[in-house]
Design a protein around this ligand. Structure first.
Ligand SMILES: [Zn+2]
Length: 460
């Protein structure tokens, strides 16, 4: 939504907001599901039957196409290839990618236009604004075709897990669909053409959760698409109060934040359906989706995923490394060997589900989701520390190496002794030199895009 639209929307009564949202949804649907969407979707679903060799052949072909267009029509790559004496034909398969340097977010952020294909008419460009890993804004350009390809892949992922994307859904996401000052229900709006009830992630609290639960029971969405933290809080409340949510929805998908094991267990036990997590990026260069076995499969026809060590060399199977992607979906703004900012561990096992898409054994938090200790250690993945603790939410804030503030939203069973145990657990990872300040807060405010950021740090 553009700013003017948002301003008008914010001042309307609820019924008018529903109409505006529906009209906006109509426009979005026309972009996503118009043009060649159906042909893409059919083609992509067929690929699920491909053998490993067929997939690999397809991937190399897609890569050649992307490189050829980039070198010919995208100023950044034309210059880069010219300077290094490379030509498009030097990149024949995935193993040739290492001839091209890795791309940081910096150049994309500073001058996005140099990554845009010159042949695309300006009037056909769609701008997507993303906060990126570090919260620094990034502008991504694409066109209707890119969106259609992207949603054909996404809906294939839903289909794989028995979820029909055309049926009614409920969404907890990052859009501010309910003005923040609104303190009375409804905390949702309805997008008619998208058959989508959008529920606010920003209004969830112990006081409002029963109202959300009532609405979900009444609405019975075919599936719920949510940030893990939003539905987790609702599920936790339902479990604690013995509210049965079994049967109210056919499936749950999560995205945008790391889905922790405990969150999955709590959500699955409350709703009685599996949670399928999905990992992607506004840059449209990577797509991973969970299967029925719980494995994260890399959709290798969406783009190439490489796992690289800090020195740029290829990591071994089973070794934790940085995720670097080359996307096939956004032909308007191709990103080649792009550092997405997350880490993972590649596996070579064949998943029991039968899919030949490669498996990522671990998908780890953001590269910058770390606390830096006074002795310079980078300590990441602090969330397991809180496993089993009566803590609803936590956020680590670090402004210098000697201190870390830990913001905690307590759960009912939180006692004085909890704090001592918690600090002991943190000390095991952070050591004794750092000062740990525990601060209790009623809620943790969401960052831009409505995501709960687990670490906010200005320390480098
Ligand atoms: Zn699988």
């Amino acid at each position: 939504m553009d700013t003017l639209y948002e301003r008008v929307y914010g001042q309307c009564p609820v019924w008018a907001q529903n109409i505006l949202l529906s009209l906006y949804g109509y426009r979005i649907n026309r972009i996503r599901y118009g043009g060649s969407y159906s042909a893409y979707y059919e083609e992509y679903v067929k690929r699920l039957k491909f053998t490993k060799n067929q997939l690999s052949e397809l991937q190399n072909k897609q890569l050649q196409e992307v490189i050829k267009q980039a070198v010919e029509f995208v100023p950044y790559y034309r210059n880069q290839f010219e300077k290094s004496g490379l030509s498009a034909s030097d990149i024949y398969d995935v193993s040739d990618l290492k001839k091209i340097p890795v791309l940081d977010k910096g150049p994309v952020r500073e001058n996005p236009n140099q990554f845009v294909n010159e042949c695309i008419k300006k009037s056909n460009l769609i701008k997507i604004h993303t906060t990126g890993t570090t919260g620094t804004p990034l502008n991504i350009y694409c066109d209707a075709g890119s969106r259609q390809r992207n949603f054909a892949y996404y809906n294939r992922f839903l289909w794989q897990n028995g979820i029909k994307h055309k049926r009614k859904r409920a969404t907890f996401g990052g859009r501010i669909i309910i003005p923040s000052e609104q303190s009375v229900p409804p905390y949702w709006r309805y997008s008619y053409f998208q058959k989508n009830m959008l529920l606010s992630s920003y209004h969830i609290s112990d006081a409002t959760i029963p109202i959300y639960i009532d609405q979900l029971i009444k609405y019975k969405p075919a599936f719920i698409d949510t940030y893990p933290s939003s539905l987790y809080n609702i599920a936790k409340y339902a479990n604690l109060h013995g509210i049965d949510l079994n049967g109210i929805t056919g499936g749950i998908t999560t995205s945008a934040e790391t889905l922790y094991r405990e969150q999955r267990q709590v959500i699955e036990s409350a709703f009685g359906v599996p949670v399928y997590d999905q990992y992607g990026a506004a840059e449209m260069c990577v797509f991973l989706g969970q299967c029925k076995e719980g494995s994260y499969h890399i959709h290798s026809d969406y783009g190439v995923v490489e796992l690289l060590r800090e020195d740029g060399s290829t990591a071994d199977i089973g070794e934790e490394a940085e995720i670097v992607c080359t996307g096939f979906v956004n032909r308007v703004m191709p990103l080649i060997r792009y550092r997405i900012g997350d880490r993972g561990v590649l596996s070579n096992r064949l998943c029991k589900c039968g899919s030949v898409f490669p498996v990522m054994d671990k998908l780890l938090g953001r590269v910058d989701d770390v606390i830096i200790t006074p002795d310079g250690r980078k300590v990441g993945r602090l969330s397991p520390v809180l496993k089993g603790f009566p803590v609803k939410e936590v956020q680590y804030v670090q402004n210098n190496r000697n201190n870390v503030d830990v913001l905690i939203v307590k759960d009912l069973q939180y006692a004085e002794s909890t704090e001592i145990l918690l600090v002991t657990e943190l000390r095991k990872r952070l050591g004794n030199k750092i000062t740990i300040n525990i601060e209790y807060v009623p809620a943790i405010s969401r960052g831009e895009g409505g995501k709960l950021k687990s670490v906010i740090s200005s320390v480098r």
